[in-house]
Design a protein around this ligand. Sequence first.
Ligand SMILES: Cc1ncc(COP(=O)(O)O)c(C=O)c1O
Length: 323
Amino acid sequence: MPTDFMYINKCSSAQNFGQGQLSPYGHIQLSPSAGVLNYGQGLFEGTKAYRKENGKLLLFRPEQNAIRMQNGAERMCMISPSIDHFVDALKQTVLANKRWVPPPGKGSLYLRPLLLGTGPVLGLAPSPEYTFLIYASPVRNYFKEGSAPLNLFVEEDYDRASRRGTGSVKTISNYAPVLMAQIRAKSRGFSDVLYLDSATKKNLEEVSSCNIFIAKDKYILTPATNGTILAGITRKSVIEIARDHGYQVEERAVTVDELIEADEVFCTGTAVGVAPVGSVTYQDKRVEYITGSGTICQELNSTLLGIQTGIIEDKNGWVIEIN
Ligand SMILES: Cc1ncc(COP(=O)(O)O)c(C=O)c1O
């Protein structure tokens, strides 16, 4: 849903980003030879602003998105905004679109920062100009109370990423390639696809746009971030919350065999929060997991959402109040 304003800032490849501005939400003009259109030089981010009971607006760890955009920009040979600039631009975008932040408990304002190579370039080379843009859309809670858990299909025909590639970068060029597997899985009644490592096909990687966790007894396992998966900010936060709650969390290679033996499986991401997985289908075998009340997934989700919405005390300095 379009909102009133977007933030926009441009800089040439010989400079750093200066002051940007808010402008009414609308189309942008691009040269047909823009780097992003021809060679996919683009990054995106995603974060949410919540409205607290007292009306104050909150952002969750926005500096982490700024750092991830900087790391991505380095890999994709782009110029990126500083952390302060990025966070300030997010705040401006939220304040300008304040009336679109849903009431407490009803959802959030999703913020989509983009970094695009917008300068004209014909031969393969970095773009001579970059645009940093943020737009926003109100979103409802991804999962309504009691909504159905995810049913994942373990994908073996397509890989999402490969060693020494760009799997750990939030580049736009990682996303169109997952559509085919996702559409195929959805047409067979699955919610999404779970990718395996391209080298051995034995270890879990991640879902199209969220990270994966498995739980067995007091152990929680999640694939380590070693270049092929996105280092999710929700993933990082959930690991810290789980350790704080007394769980033993391991970041390491997690095998399909361990997935099959797990008690619980859940996904993490800005869009989904901590989302239960009800089943995983691997080859011809469907495995079901515990979901619902009393699960680790629910415990972690309510703590995370509680912190993000200001209901639970933020002991880690993760939440920023926007004034
Ligand atoms: C491929 C992929 N993995 C994981 C995530 C989850 O990351 P985060 O928790 O920062 O939203 C995302 C979403 O940004 C993603 O696109």
